[in-house]
Design a protein around this ligand. Sequence first.
Ligand SMILES: *Cc1c(COP(=O)(O)O)cnc(C)c1O
Length: 397
Amino acid sequence: MRLAKRLAHVKPSPTLAITAKAKAMKAQGIDVIGFGAGEPDFDTPSHIKEAAKKALDEGFTKYAPVPGTDDLREVIAKKLREENNLPYDKENVIVSCGAKHSIYNIAQALFDEGDEVIIPSPYWVSYPPIVYLAGATPVIIDTDESTDFKITPDQLRSAITERTKALILNSPSNPTGTAYTEEELRAIAEVVVEKDIYVISDEIYEKIVYDGFRHVSIGALGDEIFRRTIVVNGVSKTYSMTGWRIGYAAGPVELVKAMTTIQSQSTSNPTSFCLKASVAAIEGPQDVVDEMVKEFDRRRRYIVDRLNSLPGVSCVLPKGAFYVFPNFSGVYGKSYNGRKIESSTDLADYLLDEVRVALVPGIGFGNDNCARLSYATSMENIEKGLDRIEEALKKLS
Ligand SMILES: *Cc1c(COP(=O)(O)O)cnc(C)c1O
């Protein structure tokens, strides 16, 4: 069958693939430790579930407004104003079927054939395919541990050409957990304004931060940058609601209208009763988030210490999200039983086959020296998994 050419650059998400493989092995009774999960391992808080049940009981089960209900858009705009210092109104907000869908719609509404979109690497796996599907071209800026996986303003300036339309910024980051300080964002914002491009700011992990880190939204750093910012966020990660599929974007009204048109001709409204549940999530008690972050923090410290104690492995201490992105290149070139490790894929395959540990090869995030481990899994699993990784790496020579 001859499929559309636009699929040339689009492969299935490697994070979902490794999670599926580990799940399948588990279903066969194999004792796999999975570090692949891209979602919190906690249940959705009960007051959010109750709001969904109430919506169902009240018959809120029909088509809803395409960009989301007025009450939810209003609640989101209020949140963005009060928590993020972004002067948005309801008209600046569109709710979609997950933040991934928000980014997809932004790309469809904003990018043309021939446009370039700057993506710092390591990047979230879906950014390049989403850019390709809009006919535009991703331009990757490589970063490494020397800058905590953050781009510098100079790197950004040199990557911008006449065709550059936007920068996609993700802070705190998936997969590295790195997060930009206000000062660093100011320097990035200056370049964005000077070169007159847009910044798509994916802030889905804003509330999952550690060591007193204060998340700042780049759009809050002045009128000029505000006008060029499209902020993306959602309830998936903060409220353990990944399966509910509710995310949102906020930006210039003209763009939000265009995205609404696209949504009206594709998915229509995001699931009705999930909209009601999301109002409860954003407006309701936030201590559930603090508790989750406290537990993530405990795991983060443990996993980073363990990884850094392994010979040939080094790991930056993340400031946010629930991933670590350790560098394994120190073991590259070594072998066991005639099997040589030369890439992040070799490493992931070796760990899965040899000690039944699933992690995601860094190559999917644009960095072949590293691999991503999610610590959205129990402390017991983390301990066991690290023991196994240690054992597998000891066998290499
Ligand atoms: C999980 C994730 C998303 C998508 O979240 P959904 O709301 O579940 O679609 C977007 N960006 C990043 C960086 C993520 O890790």
